[in-house]
Design a protein around this ligand. Structure first.
Ligand SMILES: Cc1cc2nc3c(=O)[nH]c(=O)nc-3n(C[C@H](O)[C@H](O)[C@H](O)COP(=O)(O)OP(=O)(O)OC[C@H]3O[C@@H](n4cnc5c(N)ncnc54)[C@H](O)[C@@H]3O)c2cc1C
Length: 402
């Protein structure tokens, strides 16, 4: 962790060192901007989102972090098996991809590697420091921060920056504090349990299985990082209210509902449970902000700007890709401070387009499963409810139907 005096003026402050924030910070630092990357944790706790598609190689190579990624010794993923729309298992092999295979990784180690990658490029990395409040005055941002373990005003410090980036994930802590609002498209949660000693034949692929309450996802985890052999995560994706009604955060109820997921249950039949169920927010959302003529120079990147359903398997990839777009936009804001509104409006228009495309993909994906007439699945038959030209609906039409 870099130390920097309180009150120092940076070109850019990036709040949140998940994949989006760290990649944005690295891009900007490589361009020579003075960047501070503020992360409230010290990457001490396990993180969720451990399966990466083969084409993640592209942004990691562009960032110059491919060797660092391989040094984490991720497990190769040879493909996805699914029971979706049909009780018969379908397989999709990654061997057809030009990149060869996908990856299962330890997300905590991956996120730490990216944050250190930003630091190695010259960004000032502050770990264990949370941004509480951001105010734009006298031509720059003033960020009030608190050490993670600190209490009271004695431990607070202030950072200053010309441009501010919200990379705080689904919470969009910074943007919401500045008046932006989240458009929520669902109330999805993932109830995850970790396992060890999974049978060797189950250690090379991802499995997705639709059930009346939602769908199951199970994926291998690298053993060394988990201090376990044959580690795996198994997670039920369902809605907040359905999760609460069935008390799925309790180990017994979780185990009970696994009974309706034959393939997933079979997969972990000989395995040993090593955690209790953990509930993770997984809702889809878009952060909406005004780009008025006096717009102050801030933007959101990654999940803070647009969070997608884990069924897409693209959260980390999107975070890394939009980091490049965010860095380009910020470079423009810093170089031409009179053009703030236009640059921000163009950035937001791109995110809106990405959001519309994503919502259509999501609707088609859920539309392919017609076996269950249950609340979870009824809520997701979105395209049937979109008025007018369902072939080319707008973001607001899909949002209204969601
Ligand atoms: C259940 C589930 C399963 C998923 N599975 C996959 C998967 O298999 N593959 C995949 O590609 N994606 C998956 N995703 C999505 C993926 O995890 C996210 O898209 C990705 O993490 C987004 O990166 P990010 O940097 O935008 O946000 P995050 O990864 O959420 O990072 C935000 C960072 O900001 C920090 N922070 C928050 N508030 C503050 C503050 N006030 N001050 C300082 N720091 C702060 C946090 O500590 C964190 O480090 C999954 C998501 C969920 C919910």
């Amino acid at each position: 962790m870099t130390t920097e005096p309180s009150g120092a003026l940076f070109d850019v402050a990036v709040v949140g060192a998940g994949p989006a924030g760290s990649a944005t910070a690295r891009w900007l630092a490589m361009q020579g901007w003075r960047v501070v990357l503020v992360e409230r944790t010290r990457f001490e706790a396990p993180r969720i989102g451990e399966s990466l598609a083969p084409n993640v190689q592209e942004p990691l190579r562009a960032l110059g972090l491919w060797d660092e990624f391989m040094a984490l010794r991720p497990l190769p993923s040879w493909g996805t098996r699914s029971l979706w729309g049909d009780a018969t298992e379908q397989s999709h092999s990654h061997l057809l991809s030009p990149y060869g295979c996908g990856w299962h990784l330890d997300r905590r180690a991956f996120d730490r590697m990216l944050a250190h990658g930003a630091e190695a490029a010259g960004a000032c990395l502050l770990e264990g420091v949370a941004v509480q409040r951001s105010v734009h005055q006298e031509g720059c941002w003033w960020l009030r921060t608190t050490p993670d373990t600190g209490r009271g005003t004695a431990s607070q410090q202030t950072l200053r920056a010309r441009v501010l980036i919200d990379a705080t994930g689904r919470r969009a802590h910074v943007g919401r504090g500045l008046g932006a609002r989240r458009m929520l498209f669902d109330r999805l949660v993932g109830v995850a349990v970790r396992w060890a000693d999974v049978a060797p034949a189950e250690r090379g692929h991802l499995l997705v299985e639709a059930v009346p309450e939602g769908w199951w996802y199970s994926a291998p985890l690298p053993g060394a990082a988990q201090h376990e052999d044959g580690a795996m995560i198994a997670m039920l994706m369902t809605d907040t209210d359905l999760c609460a009604r069935s008390r799925l955060s309790g180990a017994e109820s979780w185990q009970g509902i696994l009974g309706s997921a034959g393939a997933t249950k079979q997969r972990i039949a000989v395995a040993r449970r090593v955690s209790t169920p953990q509930v993770n927010c997984a809702h889809s959302q878009r952060l909406l902000r005004e780009c008025a003529s006096d717009a102050s120079p801030w933007l959101a990147v990654g999940d803070a700007a647009l969070a997608v359903d884990p069924i897409s398997g693209s959260g980390v990839l999107r975070a890394l890709r939009t980091a490049r777009a965010a860095a380009d936009t910020v470079g423009e804001l810093l170089a031409r401070s009179h053009a703030v509104r236009g640059a921000l409006a163009a950035y937001e228009a791109e995110r809106d387009k990405e959001c519309t495309t994503y919502l259509l993909e999501r609707a088609r994906y859920y539309g392919a499963e017609q076996r269950f007439d249950t609340p979870f699945w009824q809520r997701r038959q979105v395209l049937r409810r979109v008025p007018g030209d369902a072939g080319n609906p707008t973001l607001s039409a899909i949002a209204a139907a969601s």
